[in-house]
Design a protein around this ligand. Sequence first.
Ligand code: NAD
Length: 328
Amino acid sequence: MKQTVLLTGCAGFIGTNFVKTIACREDVKAKYDFVIVDALTYAGRLGNIQPELDVHSHLKFYQEDIRDAHKMHELFKKYNFSGVLNFAAESHVDRSIESPNIFVETNVLGTLNLLKESLSLFEKNKSFKYLQVSTDEVYGTLQMNDPAFTEDTPIAPNSPYSASKASADLMCRAFFETYKLPVVITRCSNNYGPYQVEEKFIPLMIKRAMANEPLPIYGTGMNIRDWIYVDDHNEGVWKAFTNGKAGEVYNLGGDSERQNLDVAKLILKHLGKPESLLSFVQDRKGHDFRYAINFSKSEKELGWAPKVKFEQEGLLRTIEHYKKLWAK
Ligand code: NAD
């Protein structure tokens, strides 16, 4: 019999790509129906997944808010889910610095609503699973020569965004430890790829370059991120959901540490634009210097590793996507 799984936040960047590349795959379609819940905030665009909703009867969409405990209760009762993948979140660090409350409401309390409903289904169905999509930002920041984050690195978030994600992770852990709810957490590095909102770093750089406008670079541009192509992330999330061990955390990384300034320069080069468009602006408050991920546990236990090469493949695909989108 087919299982019905709840996907939250799948009109956003990573979730949209999950729907397109994983949820609509023939082998996945044969086993699973998906109910997608998204509040359609500024980051959620139904149009991104409408083509899939139009042709695939195993996908259903509800515009609902995970903060609404009553609505979540009704949905869980109606569909009797066999699992949850929680992508929904407020995800922009800059916005969290301006307005932290909504980050706690969605990322922490919204997650708590999902965990509580999951627990009541788990009591009836012991094969129920819950996957929390988290971030490497919960580990805090690294200096240049520090070893990369492992799953045992202590949690030390620095922004209201990462603090809210870390709080949600701890609540997930507590539901496993206290109630034995089978929770798996993935912590991934910075994603890039199609369907991301324009205010995030890579689409913003592409948009500005295409319009011959200044590319705003925080501070000196020396901050380092480990970039992962969004499809590689989603493959890891799915492997962790289907094969991960309850109570475990799995790091997912791109093996592509790059300075922000170098990424901006590469984008200018690909688009044939001059480096004089680079414009250094006041640094973000509490800006983490470096993130780097050790994903050897995921390689060993999930048989997962990133495949897409940053310069040669992923960045070019990403630039082509936005060029087509914004040339319209
Ligand atoms: P995004 O901001 O592009 O999308 C988030 C989605 O969640 C949107 O569709 C939005 O409408 C929805 N949403 C927000 N609040 C909601 C609520 N209260 N109820 C229901 N839906 C709501 O984010 P993203 O980049 O796609 O990130 C997805 C997940 O992956 C997040 O949990 C994020 O923390 C995590 N993550 C992101 C990255 C990254 O580089 N983007 C890296 C690691 C982990």
